[in-house]
Design a protein around this ligand. Sequence first.
Ligand code: 13P
Ligand code: SF4
Length: 310
Amino acid sequence: MKERINQLKKQKNAIILAHYYTRPEVQEVADFVGDSLALSRQAASTDADIILFAGVHFMAETAKILNPTKKVLIPDLTASCSLADSCPEAEFAEFLQQHPGHTVLSYINCSAGVKALSDIIVTSGNALQIVNALPKDEKIVFAPDWNLGSYINRMTGREMVLWEGACHVHDQIQAQDVEQLRRFHPSAQVIAHPECPEHVLQLADFVGSTAAMLKHVAQSDQQEFVVVTEKGILYELRRQNPDKKFYALSDANGQGGGDCECANCKYMKYNTLENILSALETEQPELLMDQKLMEAARRPIERMLEMSKK
Ligand code: 13P
Ligand code: SF4
């Protein structure tokens, strides 16, 4: 299947973009694997004719918005994101009416409709940098992730008004599970994603996006890490750092809970070699979007790309 996928990519001038949370075999056929920020940049700059997005729906939407003349394929159109789904556009519009005069900052994990209602988009890779660049007294609404928003508030001393959305994967991670892993591996550093709740982040030695975690581990002298995010990232962590040890919440041998549903984003796993091959063969399902919606959603994403350093 991998061979056929690679042939079709060449034949059709297609590129596969994949997130770090996808299955290992999917990451292996990708031309580029990254966090949401890097994937957006890659989508904006590619000269391929077809972008196959192995991630979740809002990521493919972002690719289409940034490069609308490309054909964007999504192997499974139902690969949604619980965090994006926790902020329905109509309810968010009402919420904004209750907070006039606020700058609207939205995390990239939201629908195109919510993006269109926003002034600036952020990712976990650039949120602190973008918030710090805004005037100290600027009134801000932040959506949809309450955990990330409150982390930004704590780190910047802001009092952003927060929409109460959450990611079902990160929000369920418990401090006691992280503590258990730390007891088994006392010299390990704890690295965590900012979508986790505060009581979990308090246990972390490093907090950052998936790409920031990879960078931190590569530059660190530490040899062991407790990884507090979705388990898909372990593939790239282990590939880049074969001599270092990583302990995951889902990994029973590392003395984590061993519960497969723990730290597992089922939506990311909807991407398989089978449906990627089928999407490249048939050029379906294609992500189609309304022109006006794309234009409205592009503005805040471009603002993010201008404001965030490479
Ligand atoms: P990153 O941008 O850090 O890769 O995060 C995306 C995501 O969906 C986290 O749950
Ligand atoms: Fe969405 Fe959570 Fe999955 Fe990330 S891990 S894509 S935030 S559901």
